[in-house]
Each structure stands twice: as structure tokens, then as C-alpha cells.
Design a protein around this ligand. Structure first.
Ligand SMILES: Nc1ncnc2c1ncn2[C@@H]1O[C@H](COP(=O)(O)OP(=O)(O)OP(=O)(O)O)[C@@H](O)[C@H]1O
Length: 299
């Protein structure tokens, strides 16, 4: 659906996006995560055709986005500071979008106005930050986009509204295979709705993986042996982290659970436990030497 291949974008000397390649499948909710200044917003502005890349290719449904009104009509971008025309009310913005977006759905708009209990007659700039964001969601979802792109979408929303917005997104993904790309600093905020995640750091992608794969491929193991650590253990398994806590050895391993169990059992441990890993821990260990960035992402 969205294909980004070897994309670069610099501002003067600074390379904000360095050789990034990612794929976002139709009907998925894709989380673009990363530390401050990682290049997330720049990448979203490239995808939505606000910026043009210095190198590489960006396509949505195999068509380039930049200066392509046909594709732009199928996507909606809610920026970190949502865009509204000055002095406009929600009703006026709705009329504006109705004229631009061919798929504008008036019935859906009225329904969403009811759900959010939105005052459509009030000038938007007089609303609080959170209500302005709600107005952006009402308008964005009423354009019935094939692709919805969200930059820090939950900023300023209270927990009830976050839940409401998440369930509306899931509804549109399930009903009509809308594709959603969400950028966020905060992994915990989006992990319950994303099926794919990508972590960016300093303009590059560090991990791009299906969330379930990430969870099922990483394991925390506690082990103890009568005597020293046997030679050869985990020779063919990727060890992300190893530490000793008294007589207990703690390993973070990347691999299939059955293979790990089979390997361990060859060495007759006196203690052997497989413990669940939180997503936070997975990211910390996977990213290893960029641990500082992970702390930021995990907030
Ligand atoms: N228009 C611009 N002109 C010059 N530099 C820019 C511009 N936009 C972004 N940058 C720089 O590019 C880098 C990436 O910025 P970007 O806003 O894409 O990061 P981000 O991951 O969205 O960060 P944050 O999470 O803090 O919003 C930063 O170093 C930023 O200062």
C-alpha cells in the first residue's frame, strides 16, 4: 500500500531521513516510533507530499504522491498541530473538505459530531488543544480516507477520548480496510492498536517488524547449573543480553521457543524458567547500544 524505498531528506547539512525503506500493508495500523528528532515527522511529510525527497521512491498504491491530487484525495494527514483555516468553525471546515474530498460522507460526519458532542458553530481556534484534535478526527474520518496519517495523535486527549479515538480507528480499519500510519514517541500509547512497528533513531530505521513476531521471537530465560555454565549452550541462538544474578543466569534470547527449550535441556539445568517479556523490555534489548533512545521512546 505505502512503499518507501531508500528515501533520503536533508535540511542544509542535517540528514533528517537517511536511506529509509518501509512497507505499510493495506488495512494495517503501523506504528512509527522513535526518539525526539528521529525523523518521524519529516518522513510523514514526505509520505503526504508536503516535502519532496532528495533521493528514493515513495508510492501509495504504486503511484507517487508528490504533486498527485488523485492520491492526495485518498489520504488524510492529521499533523501534530492540526490544520484548520483561520477563524473557521467545524461546520465551515466540513463544508471546505466536502468540496475537496470526493468521498466526503455527510452522514458519518453528523454521526461523529454526535459521538464527540462537538459544537460545530464555534470557531475552532477558541477550542482547547484536545477539542481541536477531536475536531480534526471528526473531519479526517468523514473524508473516508484510504490512508490516515497521524502525527502524535493522542497528544492532548484525555484517556476517555483516547479510547474513543482508538476504537473509531479500529472500526474503519475493520469495516473498509483503511490503512493507518501513526507516529508517536510513546510505545505504550500505541502498542495496543498497532500490528506493525518501526523504530527510527537519528534518521534511520532500527527495527521494522510485525508486533506478534517481535513478541513470539524474544524470550527471557532464567537458568542455574550445578557447576559452571556449560560450554556450547546457546551456540546457535542469538543472545541479546546475558547477566548473572547470584547463582542465577538471565538470558534474553532471540529465536524459536522450542529450539531454546531443546538446547537448554541438553545441559540438565537445576533451574530453568521462561519468563514473559514486556514490549518495553523487548525494545530495550533489541536496540541494545541505542538504549538511551529507547528510554525516551518508552517515556
Ligand atoms: N523544516 C526543517 N528545517 C530544518 N531542519 C528540520 C526541518 N524539519 C525537521 N528538521 C530537523 O530534522 C530532524 C528530524 O526532525 P523531525 O521533526 O522529523 O523529527 P521527529 O522524529 O518528528 O521528532 P519529534 O518526535 O521531536 O517531533 C531534526 O533534527 C529537526 O531539527
Amino acid at each position: 500500500m505505502i512503499k518507501i524505498s531508500n528515501v533520503r531528506k536533508s535540511f542544509d547539512e542535517l540528514e533528517a531521513v537517511e536511506n529509509v525503506s518501509i512497507n505499510v500493508n493495506k488495512g494495517s495500523i503501523y506504528g512509527l516510533l522513535g526518539s525526539n528528532g528521529a525523523g518521524k515527522t519529516t518522513l510523514l511529510k514526505l509520505i503526504t507530499g508536503i516535502y519532496v525527497q532528495d533521493e528514493g521512491l515513495i508510492t501509495i498504491e504504486d503511484q507517487q504522491v508528490y504533486e498527485n491530487p488523485e492520491i492526495k484525495n485518498k489520504l488524510f494527514f492529521i499533523q501534530d498541530i492540526p490544520f484548520f483555516l483561520p477563524q473557521y468553525t467545524v461546520k465551515q471546515m466540513a463544508q471546505f473538505y466536502e468540496n475537496i474530498y470526493p468521498n466526503w460522507d455527510q452522514k458519518r460526519y453528523e454521526e461523529l459530531v454526535r459521538v464527540f458532542e462537538m459544537n460545530v458553530q464555534k470557531k475552532i481556534h477558541k477550542f482547547s488543544k484536545g477539542i481541536q484534535r477531536q475536531a480534526a478526527f471528526i473531519l479526517g474520518l468523514s473524508t473516508k480516507p484510504d490512508v490516515l496519517i497521524l502525527d502524535e495523535p493522542m497528544d492532548g486527549l484525555d484517556p476517555v477520548m483516547r479510547k474513543k479515538v482508538k476504537s473509531l480507528l479500529i472500526e474503519d480499519v475493520a469495516d473498509r480496510e483503511m490503512t493507518v500510519l501513526i507516529s508517536s514517541h510513546n510505545l505504550r500509547e500505541v502498542e495496543d492498536i498497532c500490528d506493525f512497528v518501526c523504530i527510527m533513531h537519528k534518521g534511520r530505521t532500527i527495527i521494522e517488524k510485525e508486533l506478534d513476531d517481535l513478541k513470539s521471537d524474544t524470550h527471557k530465560i532464567q537458568l542455574a547449573f550445578n557447576g559452571p555454565i556449560p560450554q556450547g549452550i546457546f551456540e546457535n541462538i542469538k543472545v541479546l543480553h546475558k547477566e548473572k544474578r547470584g547463582s542465577i543466569l538471565l538470558f534474553i534470547l532471540n529465536g524459536k521457543e522450542e529450539e531454546i527449550i531443546a538446547d537448554v535441556k541438553k545441559y540438565n539445568p537445576v533451574i530453568f524458567d521462561i519468563l514473559p517479556l514486556t514490549l518495553d523490555e523487548i525494545f530495550i534489548y533489541e536496540m541494545g547500544d541505542v538504549g538511551y533512545a529507547v528510554q525516551n521512546i518508552l517515556g
